[in-house]
Structures are given as C-alpha cells and as structure tokens.
Design a protein around this ligand. Structure first.
Ligand SMILES: [Zn+2]
Length: 227
C-alpha cells in the first residue's frame, strides 16, 4: 500500500472514536472489563481495539491498525482476539464499523432462543429478525465464519453463550444500533411475561421500509438488504 493512499487524519479520528466508544461500552453495560471490541474501516485499513487492555486505560496509541491481510501496521498493543470476525465482516459486506458486545440481555436470550423476532418495527435496522449463531469458541475461525454467514444479509448477529455483533456505516450508528438490539431483546423478554408476543409479518416490515424510505429515515432505509 502506498503511503499516499493512507488517510492519516481519518485513521487518527477513528482511533480516538474507538477509545471513547470503548468507555461507553462499559458505561452502557454492553460489556464488562476488557470484553467486547470495536472497529472502524478507513479505506483498506481497519482500526480495532486491542486485546487485554481495560477500556478506561486504553489510549489512542494502543488502538491497532490492521491491513485486511492481517498485518498490524500501527498500535503498540496486541490486536483483539476477535480480529478474524471483524476482518471477515469487512471482507464480506460494505460495513464501515463493527461493534461486538457481551451484553447481559442478549447473552441470556442466546441461551434459549434461535433468534430475536420482530417484536418492534425498528428491527428493520437489522433485517426481519436477528438470528443466533450456534456456539463456537471465542476468537475461532469457525465463529468468524458463522457470524459472517449471518452478517451477509443481516446487520446484526447474536452469538450463543457469548454476545452480539452489529455492523453499520459508521461507528456512531453501529453503537446506536447495538443499544437498539439490547432494547429489542428487553422488550421481547418483558412481552413473554405478559403472554405470547405478536410478531410483525414480513409484509408489515416491508411496509415500514417503504415508508422509512419515503421519509428518508437513513437508519432504517439503508437496512433494505433482503430480496
Ligand atoms: Zn466476545
């Protein structure tokens, strides 16, 4: 890669954003300790949070900068153990940012359910539902493959006995959508206390997409990926 093709200002900005959103992961209870990870794509490079450094102790210099081939070109720490999953998502989709959480609500859901169904129309930010990817060890190629398979036509996946992954066009939107996913899971759990939830149909969800597109609601309209 030629030096001239690297947008240094954009990479620095992405690294700063990753430091601040890492702290938000803890504050919003989407992860504990050093768990979870975040990344941003800048051209052909990926900036990603490091392994084994507490979010509140992570500095801009710790954030790793990787090529898609897996070469670390900057960052003084070791890359996140879930690098294969992040790389796979960037290779297979048009994602510009990936947020991986270990949220309590979604881990609990993953132990019992095969998917998060359409309990609210905002689920179209992801697809018609969000599937649970069967358990495989953290950091494994099998986990990366299973997650990428789902991420081809969904903007989120729930990882059994593990957490969740969201992809989007920006770190800010991916993070907001991680919070939305958590909220949807909470609504679903509460609805189960009342009885059998009513789930939105595919045609109702398509109607939502059409209306969002007409009103130019970006967060919803850009989620039309399914045929
Ligand atoms: Zn994880």
């Amino acid at each position: 890669m030629g030096e001239s093709t690297i947008d240094h200002a954009a990479i620095l900005s992405a690294r700063r954003d990753l430091v601040s959103y890492g702290v938000r992961l803890l504050d919003d209870r989407l992860a504990l300790g050093t768990s979870g990870n975040l990344s941003v794509r800048v051209g052909d490079l990926i900036a990603i949070t490091p392994s084994s450094i507490a979010y509140r102790d992570t500095s801009v210099e710790d954030i790793c900068v990787m090529t898609l081939d897996g070469e670390q070109v900057d960052g003084r720490a070791s890359v996140s153990s879930e690098w294969p999953m992040h790389r796979g998502i960037y290779e297979a989709t048009d994602a510009r940012a990936v947020v991986h959480t270990h949220s309590e609500e979604l881990v609990a859901l993953s132990l019992v359910c095969d998917e998060l169904p359409a309990v609210h129309y905002n689920i179209v930010a992801f697809a018609d539902s969000v599937p649970v990817v069967g358990y495989t060890r953290f950091g494994s190629d099998a986990l990366a493959r299973g997650t990428v398979d789902v991420m081809l036509d969904h903007r989120a996946a729930i990882l059994q006995n593990h957490g969740a992954v969201v992809r989007s066009n920006s770190l800010a939107q991916a993070y907001e959508h991680a919070l939305l996913l958590e909220w949807l899971a909470r609504v679903y759990r509460k609805s189960l206390c009342y009885g059998t939830p009513r789930i939105l149909s595919a045609s109702e969800l398509n109607e939502v997409r059409d209306e969002a597109q007409r009103r130019r609601y970006g967060g919803l309209t850009n989620a039309r990926e399914r045929p």
